[in-house]
Design a protein around this ligand. Structure first.
Ligand code: SF4
Ligand code: SF4
Ligand code: FES
Length: 239
């Protein structure tokens, strides 16, 4: 079985390297570990839990974002690092930008207020709380190709999580902060939803945030406001 890996190191050009590996229904992560142990100790990749919990092993397999520890290797697979990141070496990317895109829209609990939290309320924020920050959705998003300042799917899902959190006192500020390079820049293509290993639905979360923004008085900047009556964008009546 052949495994193709896109290799990068600061001292040489990017290249695709082929490795011959045993065909035994292994995950990509286990195969990478074996290649490193037996063929090329310089092969560099990131992993932690080995069980789909830490999110550190996300890569692209034949162009689609996957967790290496949860994906079975197939013959001739091409393994590449995530998109829109700086590659440090081979499959390891620099994730320092993550702190920035979560802080810009204040995707965290800003001002805590005492509240009785019921199981029903926990349910509302449960799905987005399961994000493991694997960056798969971010890497799959076509908007980042043209707008590097776009907040991206997981940051926006996390904003919704805190906007819906009864303990948060500053939900309006979060809504204000996602109007530029945020919810209205999304094309609703759904790539993020398809690749998320945690079954989070950032596309739906973004649509919910659009609806909440309209309730707070914002309008979709993409909707043509003219007498033609032609509407090119989001319609709150769809919700
Ligand atoms: S639905 Fe929006 S956020 Fe998700 S990948 Fe498409 S453009 Fe990006
Ligand atoms: S939303 Fe899903 S794909 Fe995106 S970072 Fe979180 S777990 Fe990963
Ligand atoms: S190693 Fe933790 S998710 Fe894959």
């Amino acid at each position: 079985m052949i495994l193709n890996i896109k290799r990068f190191n600061q001292n040489s050009a990017t290249k695709i390297e082929k490795f011959e590996v045993a065909s035994n229904n292994e995950t990509i992560l286990n195969t990478l570990i074996k290649v490193k142990q037996t063929q090329d100790a310089s092969l560099t990749f990131r992993c932690g839990c080995g069980s789909g919990v830490c999110g550190s092993c996300a890569i692209r397999v034949n162009g689609t974002e996957k967790l290496a520890c949860k994906t079975t290797l197939r013959d001739n697979d091409l393994i590449e690092p995530l998109n829109y990141t700086t590659v440090v070496k081979d499959l390891v990317v620099d994730l320092n930008f993550e702190k920035d895109i979560l802080s810009k829209p204040k995707a965290y609990l800003q001002e805590y207020k005492e509240e009785v939290i019921t199981p029903e309320h926990e349910q509302i924020i449960d799905r987005q709380s399961n994000c493991i920050l694997c960056q798969s959705c971010y890497s799959s998003c076509p908007v980042l190709e043209v707008n590097k300042d776009f907040l991206g799917p997981y940051a926006l899902s996390r904003v919704l999580r805190y906007v819906n959190d009864k303990k948060e006192h500053q939900e309006k500020e979060k809504i204000d902060l996602i109007q530029t390079n945020g919810i209205w820049d999304c094309t609703l293509c759904g790539n993020c939803t398809m690749v998320c290993p945690q079954q989070i639905d950032p596309k739906m979360d973004i649509m919910n945030l659009r609806m909440k923004s309209i309730q707070w008085g914002y309008t979709d900047p993409n909707v043509m406001n003219s007498n033609t009556g032609v509407d090119f964008g989001f319609n709150p009546n769809n919700f």
